[in-house]
Design a protein around this ligand. Structure first.
Ligand code: AHR
Length: 540
């Protein structure tokens, strides 16, 4: 596309945003050309929908005020759960929720959260010492197992329960399994569940054996944890075939924490009765020890966050390689059950919302780059869970009382939805790279990042991100061995790199259609600067 055509495209795309809204991005000086080659006929792994999973913890405003408003609330709710949250989670096909923590999980005793709500005890919450003075930090247990299962049922998501290894017993863990999964009329615990309102078993398949057992989950060595793990899983009650997830490494450590992985699997050798289906990897794009801010940042800080974020690929690959030394067939898959940006405290979105932060366009682009990595390694990952879905780090929503907004991260989940269950197909972005200046100095980045998949109806989804703060990119997406017959596309962009949705301006950043043209075997489009695009291409 020539410069005139490009400017017309930008004008058109801007005009396609909400009526009356100002154009969300502006033209820049030089426009690189990139040829993206997609090979839809080649085989590839299935992208598990669970790569687009969620994590909610009893932490700050995540559960109380975020998810749970209470049955008597004037805020629209279904059985106490915020209705807007249910509706939006359904709309993106949320596949799974991890609950109740996080660090909270290793202090949680599930019995405190069942039975009549007025009789439930008030208990200690791991996070209460980080809660500001004057704000209630203890746990009321109003949101317990049944309320969580109701959330899963209402949204269509599967439950993933994180068990208490740090301060609980093997017996307590197994009784939770019985309570959730045994058919009514068999075990007494199943009858108790039925008396508490749920006759049908919850059939929970995903069970986490502790959380961050190297840290808040028990401060163990990998050898100590391996021994605990064996005890927790050997007599695991199998009412339904479980998917057992062991605590894995702190992937954002400087050395990717590979010592945890080798130490654990070495200590597990010979444990023939102790299956490990999933190995949890946590990766925070961690800026806690810096002067970075979530809402305001320089161009250098923009690139620092994106560059550090794509480091998740190295953490996955190095740990995967070590796992392969003990399990050549790779029966154990990675479960990236906490990932996201983590900025220093000081910008909490409401009083008492511990580790909550504003979410900007930068976090939206980070999400897209992360999803492209997950897609490209779909053969290695069984699940991934964003930390955390609402009122926390890297959230899809901010909510306080009756205010509720979708963040740019939500829109990226929406754009990537059609990758879920798709067949991964190879994508090449050409050789084009650029030099960017981050806080750490000059660095190389691709001009365009992306991934592609084909669904059962032969529709090709291509997602593309232009990380540049300077220039749009003219892209030609060439389909190798296939013909595009119809294309639609969406773009998440804004001319302000710090753009965010707030309670005052809830729709500042949102999706808009993007103009593109079918050209021979491919599609041409201009990707605005600092933008994510998703294309849905019907093929002949
Ligand atoms: O997501 C916040 C916390 O980060 C979790 O509770 C913990 O697992 C991790 O350290």
């Amino acid at each position: 596309m020539n410069r005139r055509g490009f400017l017309e495209a930008l004008a058109l795309t801007g005009a396609a945003t909400l009526a009356g809204a100002r154009p969300r991005f502006a033209a820049a000086q030089s426009v690189p050309d990139v040829e993206v080659v997609v090979r839809p006929r080649q085989p590839g792994a299935t992208i598990a929908p669970h790569l687009y999973g969620h994590f909610i913890e009893h932490l700050g405003g995540v559960i109380y005020d975020g998810v749970w408003v209470g049955r008597d609330s004037r805020i629209a709710n279904v059985d106490g759960i915020r209705k807007a949250f249910i509706d939006d989670m359904k709309a993106i096909g949320a596949p799974v929720f991890r609950w109740p923590g996080g660090c909270f999980a290793d202090g949680y005793h599930w019995r405190d959260g069942i039975g009549p709500s007025v009789r439930r005890p008030r208990t200690y919450n791991f996070w209460q010492t980080s809660t500001p003075e004057g704000v209630r930090g203890f746990e009321t247990n109003q949101f317990g197992t049944h309320e969580f299962m109701r959330l899963c049922h209402l949204t269509g998501a599967e439950p993933y329960l994180a068990g208490n290894v740090g301060s609980g017993t093997v017996q307590e863990f197994h009784e939770w399994v019985d309570y959730c999964n045994a058919p009514a009329g068999t075990l007494s615990l199943a009858d108790e569940r039925a008396r508490n309102g749920d006759v049908h078993p919850f059939n929970v398949q995903y069970w986490g054996v502790g959380n961050e057992s190297w840290g808040c989950g028990g401060d163990m060595t990998p050898q100590e944890y391996a021994q605990r793990y064996r005890q927790f899983v050997t007599q695991f009650p199998t009412h339904t075939r479980p998917f057992l997830i062991a605590t894995g490494p702190r992937g954002h450590s400087a050395d990717r924490d590979v010592g945890w992985t080798s130490g654990f699997f070495e200590a597990m050798q010979g444990g023939r009765r102790s299956r490990v289906d999933g190995f949890s990897l946590h990766f925070y794009t961690d800026f806690r020890q810096t002067g970075f801010r979530a809402a305001t940042f320089t161009p250098k800080e923009w690139y620092s966050v994106l560059l550090k974020g794509i480091g998740i690929e190295r953490a996955m690959l190095e740990n995967w390689e070590i796992m392969g030394r003990f399990d050549a067939e790779h029966r154990t898959k990675l479960v990236v059950d906490e990932w996201g940006n983590w900025y220093p405290p000081g910008e909490e979105i409401a009083p008492g919302f511990t580790i909550s932060q504003p979410i900007t366009l930068r976090d939206g682009l980070h999400t897209a780059l992360t999803f492209d990595i997950f897609n490209r390694h779909a053969d290695k990952i069984a699940m991934a869970n964003v930390a955390q879905t609402i009122n926390c780090l890297h959230s899809l929503f901010l909510a306080h009382e009756d205010a509720f907004v979708r963040t740019p991260v939500y829109y990226v989940f929406q754009m990537y939805r059609s990758h879920m269950s798709g067949r991964l197909v190879p994508i090449e972005m050409g050789e084009t790279e650029q030099t960017v200046t981050a806080e750490e100095g000059a660095a190389r980045m691709a001009v365009v990042y992306g991934s592609a998949s084909v669904n059962a109806a032969r529709t090709l989804t291509v997602t593309l991100t232009n990380p540049s703060l300077e220039a749009p990119v003219n892209a030609r997406v060439r389909l190798d061995g296939a013909q595009a017959i119809e294309v639609t596309g969406q773009v998440l962009a804004h001319d302000d790199r710090q753009a965010a949705n707030t309670f005052v301006r809830p729709t500042e950043v949102s999706l808009a259609p993007i103009r593109q043209t079918i050209d021979g075997q491919g599609v041409r489009l201009t990707i605005p600067k600092q933008a994510v695009v998703s294309l849905s291409i019907r093929m002949a």
